[in-house]
Design a binder for this molecule. Structure first.
Ligand code: MLT
Length: 262
């Protein structure tokens, strides 16, 4: 079922009386990124996901966002749906939103799942890369950027064995509103560093990382996980940055096992 909350497209699956999980997708994707996980987990959990403002079905508006405004959006969904201590589950940019949400309001969540993400803010090189991405979108349109960015996200196995799905993903992201995509790049460029908060996280945490993720590799995610008390850290073999799409069974299994222990 789809609902519009605060202008955002929000998708609900499963029985609203069950334990809620809220899923936040990565950049430049949409809520469908979590389809495989939600198909299975919605049998036992109330699964909520949404399109981040400017991406997918959520309108771009003026295309001016900050990580704070993304957390405000998340908060508006929690409030509107009256979600009682959901599990928060974010991938990459969805992870950036999740980290900042924990810093602001950890008491509103019961557990956290972080896939292929990092707590550090962009360094100078990263900021300049975002700036040249915006310039490229302005001069060449969205499609060439989307193609290169998404090609970097997926592991070789997926690109070889799921060529059609991979091409579909590029076509879909290329059709997003460029103002929304650029707004997300600026929000990521301007986000704060949440590394200091990792050791303060009190709720149970699962960290998942694709073995061959080149954007947030295990060398970044293992030290991240080590800073969180009592964390469970899972490496997904033969997998790039988009672990829930590339290895749906393994990621769903890891989340299911973690949730079963809560
Ligand atoms: C994502 O998957 O959300 C992006 O890789 C995040 C980023 O560009 O930092």
């Amino acid at each position: 079922m789809k609902e519009i909350i605060n202008g955002l497209s929000v998708f609900l699956e499963g029985n609203s009386k069950h334990k809620p999980i809220i899923f936040i997708h990565g950049f430049p994707y949409d809520h469908k990124m979590w389809k495989a996980q939600i198909d299975e987990l919605s049998e036992k959990y109330f699964c909520v996901t949404y399109d981040i403002r400017g991406l997918g079905d959520s309108p771009a508006g003026e295309g001016q966002y900050t990580m704070e405004s993304f957390v405000d959006d998340l908060e508006s969904i929690l409030q509107q749906l009256k979600l009682n201590k959901p599990v928060l589950c974010g991938l990459s940019m969805g992870g950036y939103i999740s980290f900042r949400a924990l810093e602001r309001m950890e008491e509103k969540f019961s557990a956290i799942v972080l896939c292929d993400t990092r707590s550090e803010a962009d360094n100078n090189e990263g900021k300049l890369k975002r700036a040249s991405a915006i310039k490229r979108i302005n001069t060449e349109g969205l499609a060439p950027f989307a193609k290169d960015f998404i090609t970097n996200c997926f592991g070789d196995d997926y690109k070889k064995n799921s060529k059609e799905e991979f091409e579909k993903q590029i076509a879909k992201s290329s059709s997003f509103n460029p103002a929304g995509v650029k707004g997300c790049l600026l929000a990521m460029l301007g986000r704060n560093d949440t590394t200091d908060y990792l050791s303060k996280i009190k709720i149970p945490a699962l960290v998942i990382c694709g073995e061959n993720d080149v954007l947030t590799p295990p060398t970044v995610m293992k030290p991240l996980a080590e800073k969180i008390n009592g964390v469970e850290f899972v490496i997904i073999k033969n997998c790039g940055h988009m672990s829930p799409i590339e290895k749906p069974k393994e990621v769903t299994e890891a989340i299911k096992n973690f949730l079963g222990k809560l």
